[in-house]
Design a protein. Structure first.
Length: 298
């Protein structure tokens, strides 16, 4: 064999050997606890799958992410599964599996922060009904200077939690003359951000229609008008927007200040939202959500 051909063959043999050495072998459970957890998870039940996810998380093993995603996908949609989605968002945003805030050593680092993936899971949790994810999304957008996105989720959380009375800072920030507020629902607002929402809502953007409804319900840059809020929620809901459907149900179920309470109509809207796996629209949840509060601040 010629020297050059021999060198080529030797080089190829080295590459083949290196590839064989670096090929990842199939994972085998390392101990009885892991074997038992994996065997139990073969039943496909939420608790069994979550047990594996928690085991890997405790061991700082990134396979926890895959198992949390599996758990989140198991029907029916409940506060447990949305909690897993929200947890995934938190893990990916922080880039670490533990809950500590202490500096992480290089050896312990098995993940990198991924704001984009975190956003995906926060949104998934929020659109399945998680109030915690609504606040996560508010912070996610605020941290990036997206005040319109932060406002959207602050308002949605406040509507669900009956915390509109806590939004005085927003009301003051958008306060204009009484005449301008009165005319705001008939013509573009003098506030650029609110005017942008109005334009998008008028063009049929369902998310903006929900936003405009929450502004009317909260009386922020708009006349406080629950009937007008309901109108915008219903327009969004008819397009299939789950928040439009759910908030239409809340508005009709709660009534108040010029809006007649109608639980039958509310139940129909909640049913549409629940069909989209919005767990808060399940009957036991929405009945609590429309029940009169002990104290009314709105």
């Amino acid at each position: 064999m010629k020297p050059f051909a021999f060198r080529v063959l030797l080089h190829a043999l080295c590459l083949f050997t290196l590839a064989a050495c670096t090929t990842t072998a199939p994972h085998r459970p390392v101990d009885t606890t892991e074997r038992e957890a994996l065997a139990a998870a073969s039943d496909g039940q939420f608790d069994s799958v979550l047990r594996v996810a928690n085991l890997y998380r405790a061991r700082n093993d990134p396979r926890a992410l895959d198992w949390y995603a599996r758990a989140a996908a198991i029907p029916p949609r409940t506060h447990h599964s949305t909690g897993v989605e929200e947890q995934l968002g938190t893990i990916l945003q922080r880039g670490r599996l533990d809950s500590s805030d202490a500096p992480q050593t290089q050896e312990a680092r098995v993940l990198k922060p991924s704001p984009r993936k975190a956003l995906h899971w926060f949104r998934s949790a929020a659109y399945h009904g998680s109030p915690y994810a609504m606040r996560d999304l508010e912070r996610w957008h605020a941290d990036r200077g997206d005040m319109a996105g932060a406002l959207r989720w602050r308002l949605r959380h406040a509507v669900y939690m009956r915390e509109l009375y806590k939004l005085d800072a927003l009301r003051n920030a958008t306060r204009t003359s009484p005449e301008a507020v009165r005319l705001a629902s008939k013509q573009p607002s003098t506030n650029a951000a609110i005017a942008h929402i109005q334009r998008r809502a008028a063009r049929g953007d369902a998310e903006a229609q929900v936003d405009l409804g929450t502004l009317h319900e909260a009386g922020i840059g708009m006349p406080e008008d629950k009937s007008e809020a309901l109108r915008w929620y219903q327009r969004a809901g008819e397009q299939g927007n789950v928040y439009g459907q759910y908030f239409a149900g809340l508005a009709l179920g709660r009534g108040g200040r010029g809006l007649q309470k109608d639980e039958v109509a509310a139940a129909a809207w909640f049913a549409r939202a629940h069909a989209q796996e919005f767990y808060l629209a399940e009957k036991s949840y929405w009945r609590k959500a429309i029940a009169p509060p002990f104290f009314i601040f709105e």
